[in-house]
Design a protein. Structure first.
Ligand code: GLA
Length: 724
C-alpha cells in the first residue's frame, strides 16, 4: 500500500492509499521511524453485513465498514460517523471519494476570512490531498498543516462542486481520527453561564456521544476543545489526543465506538440544520481543527496547546508584550456612573499602580439599563459630562491607558438603530423573535450591517485615545432568517454570521494594530481558539468568585494558555456567590491569567490598598514566569477537596511559583503535602525571603508540607529560586 507520512518532533501520522484509491488512516501516535509502514495493522475478514466496494471484486474481506479513514462520507459502505454528507438535487446521498493526488509544500496554508494557525515558512509545511467522486460531482482537498516543533497537525477541507448541478452539503467536518483498538476516555469541558469549561472525563461507549453548540457561538455549555485519552492516561503518563477547533460558532464533536471496538472522533461545524448549497464551480472551506498528540499525558498536551495558541494563533502587539494591569468599572458601578465617577475610579486605581481603566457597558445611547440602547454607538455625553475624549484625557493624565466595552452584534428593540432598521435583526416573518437580556441579534451575515456597525464604532474609537476594546456578545442566537440576501437557510446564514464577526474584528485590528482586543460573551461563552486569533485574551467568566474561578481556570488550562485568561480581583461578598475571601486569595487566583481589578477601590481598607499595591508589583515581577513559563496543574479540584494548587515554572527551570488555596478548614487537621513540578531534579532552591535550601528532586517527588493556615480559603504564593 502506498503511504503518506507526516513527522513532527514527537509524533508520526500516516495514511495509506489502497489500489482502489481509498484514503485510509493508518496511524497517529508516538514518533516512529519514517520507514515504518503501518498498514500491517489492518486486518481483513469477511464480516457479516459489512459491504464491499464493487471494485473490490470477489474480495469479501475488504470493507469500508471497518477500515480506518481520513475523511469518511456516506456511500462507500461505511456506516459510522461521517465527516462529509452530500445531497444532490434529487435528495440522493452517495459520496465515494477516491484519491487523486497529493503534494507537500513549504509553509502553512491559511484560510481566507477565517482564523488559522500560522507559522514561518521555515517552521511549517502543508500537505494537500485531493479526493474526488465523479458521480456526486464533489472534489475534496484535505489540508494538513504541519508545525513539527510544537507537534501540531492542523486539518481543514476545501469542498468543490465539480459537477453540473447544485449540490447541498449537509455535513462538512474539519477532520476526524480513527483508532483500530484501545480503551478510551473522552475529556470534554462543559458548563453554563458563570461556570464554564468544567472538565468531565467519561469512558467512550458503544454508540455515539456528542458535544456541541447550536447557540450561534461556541457557547458556555460545551467547548470546541476535547481530549481523547487512553484509559490509564494521567497528567504525566499515557497517550492522549487533543482536538481544538478554531471556530466560534455552531460546532459538534462526535465520538463513536463501533461494533468492533474501534473508535472514531470527528469535529467541525454543527451538521444539524446545516445545509450549504454549492453551485457548479463553487467551493466551501471548513474551519480548521488543530490536533496534538502527547505520549506523556495531559500536562505535555496542554503545554503544546499553550505554545501553539500563544505563538501561532494569537496575533498583534500584545501577543508578546505584557498586558496592562486594568481596572474595569462593571462590578464597581454597573450602569450607575458618570464621567466624574469614572475619573475618580481611575484616580484611586492609578495611585495603587493600576495601568488601564476600562469603561464597561453603559457609556452610549440611552443605555441606563440592559433593556435598551444596544446598537446606538454614540457617546452619551450627558452621562459622561462631555465628549468621551475629555474623560479619556483625564485618565491618560493620571498615567493610565483607557479601554472601552462594545457589543457590536446586538441591538435593543428600544434603540434608534432598531427603529431605523428593524430588518437588520434576526427575525422570522410571522413569528415574534425570542428575546434574551431584552436584546436581538444583528444579522452579521449581511455586509451592510457589519459596515454600519464598523462605521459607528470606529467613529467613537477615532474620537479619543482608546487603547483597548472589550468585545462582548450577550445572548444565544435564535430566529435565524436573513431578510435581504434571499438566504433562509439556517446553516448557511449561521456560518456567514461567524464570518461576519471575524470580518468585524479583522477590520478593527487592521485599522488599530496597537489596540488590545479582549473577547467576551457573558464571560467565557465564546472562549475558543478561533476568537484567540483576533483577541489575545478573553474574559474567562462572569463568575469572579475566587473559589469557583479555580475550577473554571483549571478546566480552561487544558486547552488554552494562561495569557488568554482574563481574570480580575473583585469585591466581597462576591456579587455572584455571596462568598467572602481575602484579597490575597482573590489576587492569587486572578494572577493565573491576564490580571486586573473590578471593584470599587474606595470601599476597601487602607491595609487592603497597600496589599493591592504589592499585588501589582508582584504580578509585574512574575508576569514573564506566568505568561511565558510552563503551567502545571498540581492538586486537581475534581480530586482534592482540601487544597487547590498550581505552579508556574520557567522553561530554564531556574524559578517556579507555587500557588496554593485551601478549600476547607479543620480543627487539628492533617497536613497537605504538595509535589512541585517543572523544577530541575539536580538543582537546589530557596523560597524567596527564606533561607532553607530544598532539593529540586525532593520538592517534586516528596513534596512540600503546607503550613496550617487558620480561616477559610487561605492562599499561599511561594517563589522558588534556584541556588547557583
Ligand atoms: C457581560 C460581560 C460583563 C459585563 C456585562 C455588561 O455579562 O461578561 O463583564 O461587561 O456584560 O453588560
Amino acid at each position: 500500500m502506498k503511504t503518506i507520512t507526516i513527522q513532527t518532533k514527537n509524533t508520526t501520522y500516516q495514511m495509506g492509499i489502497t489500489d482502489t484509491g481509498f484514503l485510509l488512516h493508518l496511524y497517529y501516535g508516538k514518533k516512529l521511524n519514517s520507514e515504518c509502514d503501518m498498514s500491517y495493522l489492518l486486518t481483513y475478514y469477511d464480516r457479516g453485513f459489512s459491504g464491499n466496494p464493487y471494485d473490490a471484486k470477489d474480495d469479501r474481506t475488504f470493507s469500508m465498514d471497518v477500515l480506518p479513514q481520513e475523511y469518511p462520507g456516506y456511500g462507500n459502505g461505511d456506516y459510522r460517523t461521517t465527516s462529509i454528507n452530500v445531497q444532490d438535487i434529487n435528495g440522493v446521498y452517495g459520496c465515494d471519494l477516491r484519491y487523486c493526488s497529493h503534494h507537500f509544500s513549504d509553509g502553512k496554508y491559511s484560510l481566507p476570512g477565517m482564523p488559522a494557525v500560522y507559522a514561518d515558512i521555515s517552521e511549517s509545511q502543508t500537505l494537500s490531498v485531493v479526493l474526488r467522486d465523479k458521480a456526486s460531482g464533489i472534489e475534496v482537498t484535505l489540508l494538513y498543516g504541519i508545525l513539527p516543533a510544537v507537534d501540531v497537525i492542523t486539518r481543514a477541507a476545501i469542498i468543490k462542486n465539480i459537477g453540473t448541478n447544485e449540490v447541498i452539503l449537509d455535513k462538512a467536518y474539519s477532520g476526524s481520527l480513527d483508532f483500530l483498538n484501545g480503551n478510551h476516555d473522552i475529556l470534554h469541558f462543559h458548563g453554563r453561564h458563570g461556570m464554564e469549561r468544567i472538565m468531565e472525563r467519561n469512558p467512550v461507549i458503544h454508540g455515539v456521544q456528542s458535544f456541541g453548540s447550536k447557540r450561534g457561538t461556541s457557547s458556555h455549555q460545551h467547548n470546541p476543545f476535547v481530549i481523547l485519552a487512553e484509559k490509564d492516561t494521567t497528567e504525566d503518563y499515557g497517550n492522549c489526543y487533543g482536538m481544538s477547533l478554531l471556530y466560534s460558532g455552531n460546532f459538534k464533536c462526535e465520538i463513536e465506538k463501533d461494533q468492533f471496538n474501534q473508535t472514531r472522533i470527528a469535529m467541525g461545524i454543527l451538521d444539524e440544520m446545516f445545509a450549504y448549497p454549492l453551485q457548479p464551480g463553487e467551493t466551501f472551506e471548513t474551519p480548521e481543527v488543530a490536533f496534538i498528540m502527547s505520549a506523556n499525558g495531559f500536562t505535555h498536551l496542554s503545554h503544546q496547546y499553550h505554545e501553539l495558541i500563544r505563538y501561532h494563533v494569537c496575533r498583534g502587539k500584545y501577543k508578546i508584550e505584557r498586558r496592562p494591569v486594568l481596572i474595569n468599572n462593571w462590578e464597581a458601578t454597573y450602569f450607575d456612573f458618570d464621567g466624574a465617577k469614572i475619573v475618580d475610579i481611575a484616580k484611586q486605581a492609578s495611585a495603587l499602580g493600576v495601568e488601564m481603566l476600562v469603561l464597561d457597558d453603559g457609556w452610549f445611547g440611552k443605555r441606563d439599563s440592559d433593556n435598551r440602547g444596544l446598537g446606538d454607538w454614540f457617546v452619551n455625553e450627558e452621562k459622561m459630562g462631555g465628549p468621551l475624549a475629555e474623560t479619556v484625557e483625564k485618565v491618560n493624565k493620571l498615567g493610565m491607558k483607557f479601554g472601552l466595552w462594545i457589543e457590536p452584534e446586538m441591538v435593543s428593540e428600544d434603540s434608534d438603530l432598531y427603529r431605523a432598521h428593524s430588518d437588520w435583526a434576526f427575525s422570522i416573518p410571522g413569528k415574534k423573535p425570542v428575546t434574551s437580556r431584552n436584546q436581538f441579534v444583528l444579522d452579521f451575515s449581511r455586509k451592510e450591517v457589519v459596515d454600519h456597525i464598523v462605521d459607528q464604532i470606529t467613529k467613537v474609537i477615532d474620537s479619543a485615545h482608546i487603547e483597548y476594546i472589550k468585545m462582548d456578545m450577550n445572548r444565544s442566537i435564535c430566529d435565524v432568517y436573513s431578510a435581504v440576501n434571499g438566504m433562509q437557510n439556517y446553516g448557511k446564514i449561521m456560518h456567514q454570521y461567524v464570518l461576519g464577526v471575524y470580518d468585524f474584528m479583522e477590520r478593527l485590528l487592521v485599522r488599530y494594530p496597537n489596540i488590545l482586543l479582549e473577547g467576551c460573551s457573558g464571560g467565557g461563552g465564546r472562549f475558543d481558539a478561533g476568537m484567540l486569533y483576533y483577541c489575545p485574551q478573553i474574559w474567562c467568566s462572569d463568575n469572579t468568585d475566587a473559589i469557583e474561578r479555580i475550577k473554571i481556570q483549571h478546566g480552561t488550562s487544558f486547552g488554552y494558555p494562561i495569557s488568554t485568561v482574563g481574570s480580575h480581583v473583585s469585591a466581597v461578598p462576591n456579587h455572584q456567590t455571596g462568598r467572602t475571601t481575602k484579597i490575597k486569595t482573590r489576587s492569587t487566583v486572578a494572577m493565573a491569567g491576564s490580571f486586573g481589578y473590578e471593584l470599587d477601590l474606595s470601599l476597601i481598607s487602607e491595609e487592603e490598598k497597600q496589599e493591592v499595591k504589592h499585588q501589582i508589583l508582584d504580578y509585574k515581577k512574575y508576569w514573564d514566569l506566568i505568561h511565558n513559563g510552563l503551567y502545571y496543574r498540581l492538586h486537581l479540584p475534581e480530586e482534592d477537596r482540601e487544597t487547590a494548587a498550581w505552579m508556574f515554572s520557567s522553561k530554564d527551570q531556574t524559578e517556579g511559583l507555587l500557588n496554593v488555596v485551601t478549600l476547607d478548614t479543620h480543627c487539628n487537621g492533617p497536613i497537605s503535602y504538595i509535589k512541585c513540578k517543572g523544577l530541575n531534579e539536580n538543582s537546589q532552591y530557596i523560597i524567596e525571603g527564606k533561607s532553607q535550601i530544598y532539593c529540586g528532586s525532593a520538592l517534586m517527588s516528596v513534596g512540600l508540607p503546607i503550613p496550617v493556615m487558620q480561616g477559610e480559603y487561605q492562599a499561599l504564593q511561594l517563589h522558588f529560586i534556584e541556588v547557583k
